[in-house]
Design a protein around this ligand. Structure first.
Ligand code: PMP
Length: 447
């Protein structure tokens, strides 16, 4: 037995072995260099090998690496919770630490249900969501995920929580155009609530910019104001899934700030530890925590490694690094620059249907015919081919679903570390151009 580590794709002998990373680059054991154009899975927000973080890890490791959260608190957990509360808007002041985005979403769901229970309302247990969404792989989070591909095998175990269409303007389910549409896709929530009954609904959850299921689909400007108002009108909490967007990815600490909406609960992950440690959190407002503090006094969730001091110290160092280097305030202009270059590629390659996204979370959707927006056949495996070509050339990009079911379409997310420089953006786009040219040749030879 040569290899017993279950990797994806299973037993892929060609998967390179990583040696080290520095800045926006990764180096494998063969000496090949990769520009990390996706921050892994939109995670390595401050790049690789940052010495501030390594030092913080060492300092914490010298003190204590693990304590169980019901036996001890730790300085790093207390400081991190304060820092997250300071960095995020409104009265989002209470952090429950977990280890992955899926756990953050599960905790957010449970907090919402518990909130109503503490108020004496026991029927509000459903959490509604949208199609073309991804909220995590655990069964609760997968129940929320409108990702038909990832649901398929487990449908019989899942709740049917996705109930409304996504704000997917490129393929508007109503055939309308923003802004004259009045965000009909947001208005849809009102009808869904009426059909199901607000008495049964604890919360509604959405990603500000749809990631894995859609390829960086950002909602129109008025969208989340409409959603929040509908939630408030029906006594339903609003959960923002900012696992991918949180901590600066789109140009503000929470992406939701750009829609001028403060959620009741926020799921955070990825950028929180920037890949240096597994850490995530459900962040709750005073409104949500108040009845819990007055009632049971404990959030009914938790994992053995919740609030692990080592992970908390790493996350604190990451957030301080973001602040010290004023990284988030530069994201909008870097993103605009990268987007302008991608838009030029759209004129060059006929298979690019749409360029979209916010800040440094940008998406490219590929189509067989740009005029009719006809997707490629599934058999053509276009996303996989483009990703493989890019990797061959030394560029990493992230595969995402697309199409109105979030599966029958092809897209990639381009989301380099927020620390990327202008020269590195230029290099990224050159590598991407080379990859698209190689794909173009493949397409022609297939004809
Ligand atoms: N929510 C969103 C928006 C995500 O993008 C992801 C991961 N892609 C998750 C939840 C799940 O996070 P994790 O993989 O860390 O469990």
């Amino acid at each position: 037995m040569e290899r017993t580590y279950l990797i994806k794709p299973l037993l892929d002998e060609t998967l390179p072995m990583i040696d080290h990373g520095k800045g926006v680059y990764l180096y494998d054991t063969e000496g090949k260099k990769y520009l990390d154009g996706s921050s892994g899975a939109v995670t390595a927000n401050i790049g690789h090998g940052v010495s501030d973080i390594i030092e913080a890890m060492q300092e914490q490791a010298k003190k204590v690496s693990f304590v169980y959260r019901s036996q001890f608190t730790s300085e790093s957990a207390e400081k991190l919770a304060k820092k997250v509360a300071e960095m995020t808007p409104g009265d989002l002041n209470w952090c429950f630490f977990v280890n992955s985005g899926s756990e953050a979403v599960e905790t957010a769901m449970k907090m919402a249900i518990q909130y109503w229970q503490e108020k004496g309302i026991h029927t509000k247990t459903k959490v509604l969501s949208r199609w073309v969404s991804y909220h995590g792989i655990t069964l609760g989070a997968l129940s929320l995920s409108g990702h038909t591909g990832r649901r398929a095998r487990f449908v019989s175990l899942l709740e049917d929580f996705p109930v409304i269409n996504p704000p997917y303007c490129y393929r508007c389910p109503y055939g309308l155009e923003s802004p004259s549409c009045g965000s009909a896709c947001a208005q849809e929530l009102e009808l869904a609530i009426k059909r199901i009954g607000a008495d049964h609904i604890a919360a509604f959850i959405a990603e500000p910019v749809i990631g894995a299921a859609g390829g960086a689909i950002a909602a129109p400007k008025d969208y989340f104001k409409i959603i929040k108002k509908i939630c408030e009108d029906h006594d339903i909490l609003f959960i923002a899934d900012e696992v991918m967007t949180g901590f600066g990815r789109t140009g503000s600490m929470l992406a939701m700030e750009q829609w001028d909406v403060i959620p009741d609960i926020v799921a955070l992950g990825k950028g929180m530890g920037a890949g240096y440690a597994p850490i995530a959190a459900a962040l709750a407002s005073e409104k949500v925590i108040e009845p819990i503090l007055a009632g049971t006094k404990v959030v009914m969730s938790g994992h053995t490694l919740s609030a692990n001091p080592q992970s908390c110290a790493v996350s604190l160092a990451v957030l301080e690094y973001l602040e010290k280097n004023k990284i988030v305030s530069q994201v909008e202009s870097k993103g605009d620059y990268l987007k302008s270059l991608l838009l030029q590629l759209k004129n060059q390659f006929s298979f690019i249907g749409d360029i979209r996204g916010k800040g440094l979370m940008l998406g490219v959707e590929f189509v067989e015919d740009a005029a009719t927006k006809t997707p490629f056949s599934r058999k053509a495996m276009v996303t996989q081919k483009i990703i493989a070509l890019a990797k061959e050339k030394g560029l990493l990009v992230y595969p995402a679903g697309a199409g109105i079911d979030g599966v029958n379409g092809d897209s990639i997310i381009i989301s380099p570390p927020l620390t990327i420089t202008k020269d590195e953006i230029n290099e990224l786009v050159l590598l991407l151009t080379d990859s698209f040219e190689a794909f173009s040749k493949q397409l022609k030879s297939d004809d």
